[in-house]
Every structure is written in C-alpha cells, then in structure tokens.
Design a protein around this ligand. Structure first.
Ligand code: C5P
Length: 397
C-alpha cells in the first residue's frame, strides 16, 4: 500500500524525534520514499545527518533554504507528496497549524499543502490535557487532519499518562489507512475483544479461554478499511493491532465503563467474551486456607455490555454487532440472542471442543441479521474479519 508513495515527514522538536528515525526505515522498507523536514527544535534532538542517511534524501531545514531557484520551492515541496506525516507533532507545532501560522518551513508547508496530513502528537501529559491543546485538536480534527496516538504510558519527563508518541509501526498503519482512502474513512468503530478477569482476591481471578484473536483481527481489518477504531480489550493472548486506539481493561465492569467513554461510534462490534458473573465482594487481601475448607464465593451478575449499548435511547451506534459462541443449536440460540440483546447482527459460531475454533486460527460462522441466517464457509479468523468489515462498510455507506 505504501509502495511508490511519497511521504513528506516533518520531524518536530521533542524527545520522541528519535522514533522518527525508525519510522523513516519502516516507511522505506515498505517501498515509500521519505522527504524529511527537520524543524529547528527537531534538530536539537536528531541530527540532519542521521535523518538524511536513513531517508537517502536531502533534509530540508529552513524556509530560506528554498529561495534558490535551483531548489524546490516550498509550495512545490508541500504538494509533491502523497501524504504529510508530522512525527513528533509538538504542542507548539499543532498550535501553529490550528492558528494558520507560517513562520518556518514546517508550518509554511502545512499551510500551503493540499495533500492529506497525519499528525503523531508527542508531549508532556499536562500539555496534552491543557485546554488550549484540546481546543487546537478540535480545530485540527474539524480541518480534516488525521491523528495517530498519542498513547498512554511512562513519559521521558517522568510522568505517566497520554502524550507518548505512537510507535513507528502504528504510524505506518495509520499512513497506510490514510492513503488507502478506504470505505470506512471518517467512520468511528468500537470493538471489544478478549476475555475479562473477574477478581476473587488480589492474586486470583475467574477467566475464560478467549484468546482475543477474532476481535483483534476485526479491529485490524476495520482499520485497514480506513475506520478510526477504538479497541477495548480484556487481558488477551494476542497483541492488539497497530493503528487503533487501545484501551486495556480487566473486568466486565471496567469494560462497560471504557465502552461508555468511547461512544459515540458509527458502529460497535462486541467480540469480547465477557464473564457473565463476578464475585460479589472480592477480597482486598489474599484468601487463606482455613480448617473449614473452601471459602464460599458469592456471585453477582455483570452488566451486559452488548444489551446496554443496543438499548441506548441516546447515542446508540447505527450498527451494533454481537457474537454468540454456542455449543449446540447454534442458529436457534443465536437468533433468540439477537432479539434478547436488541443488536442488529449476531455473528454465531459453534465453539464445541471438536471444532477447534476456541483458541484456533479458523472460524466457522453464521451471520444472523433481520434478513435471516447466512452460513459462511469455514475460513481463517482474518478472512472472517475482512468479510465482516466489508459488510459493515456496506451497511454504513
Ligand atoms: O450471552 P452471551 O455471553 O452468549 O452473549 C455474547 C455476546 O454478548 C457477545 O457479543 C459478548 O461480547 C456480549 N456480552 C456483553 N456483556 C456481557 C456478556 C456478553 O457485551 N456481560
């Protein structure tokens, strides 16, 4: 998807600039050409020599480099690319973009361009959360600027929170999506995945055998079609895909909260294997063996996330897709589940041990909609994901 594409990479001034070096490699590995622009502050973090050596091209640094007729003018430079990537995008650079300022080469290019722009913000958590930055983000969103990240985590400044630049492979995936102009560009889709862990005490929990493979494949396939994907995952065996917003949760109640916070969305796919029950009062300290034998565990019901979202009066996604993992009477049970949970579609599958589906790489599903039950041939989970995503794109078109 990136082969022969021309990327103009603007490297802003932040400690995350070192990741831009790896980003250049990753983009070139996929056949893209990278024309680098290093801001004055960016050059304090990485040298023009490293950047040009990796890009295999001259580094543009200063607006006045371009006054020579023999050089490429800034207008041409800004328009000769298929995509402009700003990584890291500092709070200052984003403020300039939002305000339409053009006082150096990077900001001038961003104002002069008519090509799509993808920014990968990186800054201290307080700077990210500041009302001014949030205002600028809203403006940039409204201007059609694409975002990848920031991620949450430990920061170079010693604080923790949102503000870490997305990893190079996430930026690559977002660049691919931006260039693919897929049918889900501009659509926001929520995907839940994986098992949940319901605590018994600080060291023990109740779980299930879900690997998260099908939900992860669906999130990846939706992102590849250009969707902005919010991926709410329990503690799964497989790594979340690149290029999606990942929200990690443990219990069903955490998942419910994360899902509510992630709405609104155009569509929601509930592929998680949510525990139906939790321990009524999980112990704060480790349960000990007693001479009275096993401690009695009292259960209470978890919220049904799929049903809750399907029944929302306000802010229900336009398309809600549930899953039904059954061991017998798959279609009858799944059809009843679709009615009971008020979702639009149910992806039903037989998870009897003999099928090898739970934890395996293939799936055998029946899609249940208001038009009836549609049996799909057995195929890989990635193919199920691609087929389902294409159907979602058609439904949202
Ligand atoms: O009732 P059952 O667990 O078989 O329903 C499966 C569907 O409901 C899946 O889409 C699953 O993600 C969703 N679900 C949920 N919250 C629960 C239980 C199931 O969202 N507490």
């Amino acid at each position: 998807m990136l082969a022969t594409k021309r990327i103009l990479l603007i490297i802003g001034g932040g400690i995350a600039a070192y990741k831009a070096l790896d980003l250049i490699r990753r983009l070139r590995e996929r056949g893209a050409s990278v024309t680098p622009v290093l801001t004055r502050a960016g050059a304090e973090f990485v040298t023009p020599l490293s950047v040009s050596a990796l890009a295999g091209e001259k580094v543009f640094g200063d607006l006045f480099d371009l006054t020579d007729e023999a050089e490429m003018g800034h207008i041409e430079l800004s328009r000769s690319a298929d995509l402009i990537v700003v990584a890291p995008a500092t709070a200052d650079l984003m403020a300039k973009m939002a305000g339409g300022q053009a006082d150096d080469l990077a900001s001038t290019l961003l104002l002069a361009t008519d090509t799509p722009v993808l920014v990968a913000p990186a800054m201290n958590v307080r700077m990210w959360q500041h009302a001014a930055t949030q205002r600028n983000i809203a403006t940039l969103n409204a201007d059609g600027i694409g975002f990848v990240g920031p991620n949450e985590g430990d920061m170079a400044c010693g604080e923790f929170g949102p503000g870490r630049m997305a990893e190079p492979l996430e930026i690559v995936a977002a660049a691919e999506a931006a260039l693919s102009g897929g049918p889900l560009v501009g659509k926001r889709v929520l995907v839940t995945s994986g098992p949940t862990h319901e605590p018994i005490d600080p060291v023990r929990y109740i779980a299930n055998r879900s690997s998260g493979a099908q939900g992860t494949a669906i999130a990846r396939a939706l992102a590849a079609l250009g969707a902005e994907v919010v991926f709410v995952t329990g503690p799964a065996d497989v790594e979340p895909p690149e290029g999606v917003e990942v929200i990690r949760v443990q219990s069903a109640r955490d998942m419910m909260e994360a899902v509510k916070a992630a709405l609104p969305a155009d569509a929601a796919v509930f592929a998680a294997a949510v525990a139906d029950w939790r321990i009524k009062s999980a112990s704060d300290s480790k349960l000990k063996k007693t001479k009275h034998g096993l401690p009695a565990l009292e259960f209470e019901e978890n919220p049904d996330i799929l049903a809750t979202v399907s029944l929302l009066q306000d802010g229900r996604p336009g398309l809600v897709v549930g899953f039904a993992a059954e061991t017998d009477d798959v279609i009858v049970n799944a059809t009843a589940k679709r009615d009971r949970k008020a979702c639009d579609w149910i992806v039903a599958n037989d998870v009897s041990p003999a099928t090898g589906i739970m934890g395996g790489s293939e799936n055998d599903v029946t899609l249940i909609t208001d038009a009836g039950a549609e049996d799909w041939p057995r195929m890989s989970k990635a193919e199920v994901a691609a087929k389902l995503s294409a159907r979602i794109a058609k439904a949202l078109a």
